[in-house]
Design a protein around this ligand. Structure first.
Ligand code: C2E
Ligand code: MG
Ligand code: MG
Ligand code: MG
Length: 273
């Protein structure tokens, strides 16, 4: 893309933000012991009038270039919190919503008080919000420790995303007191064929367990991967094998169907939970 095209996209993007054309898709997260949906990851989308649904990489790049990154991320957090509360108010089983945050937001001033303000405004209890950071954005040690500690005081959950994608360090887990680590999809793919990867994942799992950190596998696409990760002791998983990300209404339908199934005479008679 040349500069002129990029400029046009930045202008379009500005307009899209003003006109509220961004949306969130949600990908369910499954508990591997019970098979229930226990969470959903919010993923930003932009429906461009010519190009269709644009992926987050684009949106984040444009948001950065146009100086709207804080605005966009604040919108994502607020929308995700509002949606979570709306599902609860509709009588659906409570979920933890995962929200991805870039290093810009992690390093921004008063992140803690802004998150607190959004929680107050949307009336969502803090433990239903999980903030996802990648290792790249947690590089700046001391400051990150302070910010994450403040977020934990507020009561939101913190997870380390894309673990194993780059030069991951298990130190991050203990230093930053994360609640969860999410094993990157590249790692999930390789662990089936590469013995070294398998050993790495096993070691990571053992350490996570000793630190009381939950482990989620991302990008699970096959039954074999799922079985394997389950055997290794993963707590939860998400991926196309279960479900692709979807609009909030669709996830509500899935949750309702599961609820109905669980409450049905069929399952009761068969001794289900
Ligand atoms: P992520 O946080 O690691 O999110 C998971 C990505 O993997 C999502 O891509 C999801 O659609 C995709 N995925 C899920 N299951 C599978 C699978 O089985 N196979 C494959 N091949 N892919 C799968 P998506 O939505 O394109 O998001 C890409 C990245 O963009 C995210 O990675 C996250 O780092 C970033 N992102 C998304 N939304 C936001 C946002 O609102 N704010 C920020 N800062 N970053 C975001
Ligand atoms: Mg994520
Ligand atoms: Mg990830
Ligand atoms: Mg990613």
């Amino acid at each position: 893309m040349n500069q002129k095209e990029l400029d046009r996209y930045v202008r379009d993007f500005h307009q899209a933000v003003v006109n509220q054309q961004l949306s969130l898709y949600y990908q369910p997260l499954y508990d591997l012991r019970t098979g229930k949906i226990i969470g959903a990851e919010a993923l930003v989308r932009w429906n461009h009038h010519e190009r269709g649904l644009l992926p987050p990489e684009w949106i984040l790049l444009l948001a950065e270039k146009s100086g709207l990154i804080h605005l966009v991320e604040e919108w994502v957090i607020r929308t995700a919190c509002k949606q979570n509360k709306a599902w609860q108010d509709a009588g659906l089983p409570p979920l933890v919503t995962g929200v991805n945050l870039s290093s810009y937001t992690l390093e921004s001033d008063q992140l803690g008080s802004r998150i607190q303000a959004i929680l107050n405004e949307t009336n969502l209890q803090p433990h239903y919000l999980e903030l996802e950071f990648t290792e790249d954005s947690t590089r700046d040690g001391e400051r990150t420790i302070e910010i994450l500690a403040e977020l934990k005081r507020i009561g939101v959950k913190i997870s380390l995303d894309d673990f194993g994608k780059g030069y991951s360090s298990i130190q991050h887990l203990s230093r930053f007191a994360m609640n969860k680590l999410k094993i990157d999809q590249s790692c999930v793919r390789e662990c089936m064929s590469d013995v070294t990867q398998t050993t790495v994942i096993k070691t990571v799992m053992a350490m996570a367990r000793s630190l009381d950190v939950q482990v989620t596998a991302e990008g699970v696409e096959t039954q074999e991967q799922l079985d394997f990760l389950w055997q290794l002791g993963c707590d939860s998983a998400q991926g196309f094998w279960f479900s692709e990300p979807m609009p909030a209404e669709d996830l509500a339908r899935v949750l309702k169907r599961e609820e109905r199934f669980r409450n049905s005479a069929f399952l009761q008679l068969n001794g289900g939970q």
